[in-house]
Design a protein around this ligand. Sequence first.
Ligand code: ZN
Length: 285
Amino acid sequence: MKKMQQTIKEEVFARGQALHSGKTVEMRLLPQPVNTGIRFSRSDLPDKPVVEAKPENVFDTVKSMSLGNSKWHIQTIEHLMAALHGLGVDNLLVEVNGEELPLGDGSAWFFTELILKAGLVSQEAPRRIIKITKPIWVEDRKEPRSYLLALPGEGLRVSYCFTSDHQATGDQFCQYVITPETFQQHLARARTIAFENELAFLREQGLALGGSIEEAVVVGETGYLNELRYPNEIVRHKVLDILGDLYLLGPVEGQIIGVRSGHKMDYELTLKIKRAMEGGNYSGD
Ligand SMILES: [Zn+2]
């Protein structure tokens, strides 16, 4: 049986602080018709411009994923996108009255709860799944080298290898077959990593004003500065970020393996997969 597209049952609203600007922003999620995909709109700008969540509309990948152009953008979309990928939401309009989404609790849980509160509804068209049909990868040869690979496979499996000399974190590895259940149970609550010295630096630069010690796994010189939600929370969050970034392609089927990769490589991989699809090697299903 073919899986059908989904949107949310009803509009939902949330308010929260943005990570980089520290401003309070308001966000609305609106149900949308079939085949419209995920779109973002800036409700604070004249004419409420809209951008589709697609690889060609990525504006920046430093620290977070942002969509837009030189005139306007929306940043830190990846945790909402991860929730949409994890829960299987195909069509949605996201309105926000600023240039950044609310940070929530630093994981995808804020968005996951909101979507579950709205409820999901099945629509009258099959999902357009991007099936990986051959190995596609990107790498960064700068030492230590990083990689991100996409391989054919049933369903969606994401693996990640995080490496660090830091005594608190050590190396971490995890892999998950992504379903709405595994996503909610094992990934949605994993928060991003922040190093104590980095936080001070970001604040000096006027960035990360909204981030407090509760919205990240904060790593100090000798250990974690707050309580973990999972023993390997850092690597789980990396899987979450990959899920969110890959959703620029729509729902993906295959195996994804990341080694020390980040948003920039996620974005490069989406472009490469998209190019391969346009070359006729891919069929949406
Ligand atoms: Zn993240």
